[in-house]
Design a protein around this ligand. Structure first.
Ligand code: KG4
Ligand code: ZN
Length: 332
């Protein structure tokens, strides 16, 4: 068995898989959304303290399997330093106690493996990774080399939903809240935001200008804000998704993808899912979407990604494992 531990942001999660047939033996996640929602975003110190309570409680539930675990896969980059340290320290302690090796897993690579939780990976592959921390379009060649085709120069797609929700006092995380609220818009034409970088050939994302336009619209509402929140959410969501699609279309024209995958917490967005499936039909490209249950942060994708490194014997001793807030090893 491979044990997976994820604690890069505000979810504490533990998973156990069978390294031979990828069978899921255990998976659980304790989310800290409620604790952070009063602050409208993740408070790192609070996240770290909650991880150090949640992870031992989860590990305690799988004590009976400890003797069967062959390696511990743990997210060591990128993420909030104090959150990463919680999971990595837990993994190191267990590795010493059980005398088994560690596997360093890049969180973004983990998200990619959320497409292949029950199957072997199939390459080449194009990827859109949209989360609270990242907005990336990737090309993975047949040898597993990852090339970044586009990324954001400021806020990420998911983060912009979080910030818009915060501006309207709607809680955290904002993605699902905004998306849900947008469905009750009663005047879909009331707000129009310009689509960032439209007509610009640069393969780049930018959400901060859109966020500021939304802020301005909110500030000028005065007492009409309550009545217009859904209309603002609708216009914002449509614009943010149109921005993703504009650049994706340019990339599809260049890349000739045969298989495309969409991963990350924000890939749960229904408008985005629908628009990308239309794009893939247009370009005759196979589409794989991360399962809704596993598109946000989870330890199953970490165990799954770790299993590949385990088969390649890319394991570490506890002294060799460190953390990094930035992504250093974007390799499958
Ligand atoms: O992958 P994830 O769980 O954590 C990171 O690695 O960041 O992604 C969480 C992000 C949050 O910003 C959340 O607001 C966003 O995904 N999200 C969404 C939706 N559901 C979650 N963004 C847009 N639309 C959604 N339906
Ligand atoms: Zn993530």
């Amino acid at each position: 068995m491979i044990l997976g531990i994820e604690s890069s942001c505000d979810d504490s999660s533990v998973a156990l898989i069978n390294s031979k047939n990828l069978e899921l033996i255990y998976h659980k996640k304790i989310s800290q959304e409620l604790e952070h929602s009063v602050y409208g975003g993740v408070v790192p110190e609070l996240a770290a303290r909650l991880h150090t309570q949640a992870l031992p409680a989860l590990l305690n539930e799988i004590k009976q399997y400890f003797t069967q675990i062959k390696a511990i896969a743990v997210t060591n980059e990128p993420g909030l330093s104090v959150s990463l340290i919680s999971g990595v320290s837990m993994a190191k302690s267990l590795s010493i106690a059980l005398n088994i090796p560690l596997i360093a897993v890049n969180h973004l690579v983990g998200h990619i493996y959320s497409l292949f939780l029950n199957s072997e990976i199939s390459l080449p592959l194009g990827i859109l990774l949209v989360s609270g921390g990242h907005t990336l379009v990737l090309n993975i060649d047949k040898n597993g080399c990852i090339e970044i085709l586009a990324q954001t120069s400021d806020d990420s797609f998911g983060e912009s939903f979080d910030k818009v929700a915060k501006m309207m006092g709607l809680g955290y995380p904002g993605g699902a809240i905004i998306s849900h609220l947008a469905q009750s818009a009663n005047d879909k034409e009331k707000f129009k935001f310009s689509i960032p970088l439209r007509g610009d050939k640069r393969l780049e994302y930018s959400f901060s200008g859109l966020k500021n336009a939304v802020r301005l619209a909110i500030e000028t509402q005065g007492e009409n804000l309550q009545a217009n929140k859904a209309n603002i959410a609708y216009a914002f969501e449509q614009t943010a998704c149109a921005h993703i699609m504009d650049k994706l279309k340019l990339i599809f024209k260049e890349q000739n993808f045969k298989h495309f995958g969409v991963v990350g917490g924000a890939s749960a967005n229904p408008i985005l899912r629908h628009n990308i499936s239309e794009l893939c039909k247009e370009f005759d490209c196979k589409l794989t979407l991360a399962p809704l249950e596993f598109c946000s942060d989870n330890a199953l994708m970490i165990a799954r990604a770790g299993r590949e490194k385990f088969l390649r014997k890319e394991t570490l001793k506890h002294k060799e494992l460190d953390i990094s807030p930035k992504s250093r090893n974007l390799k499958l």
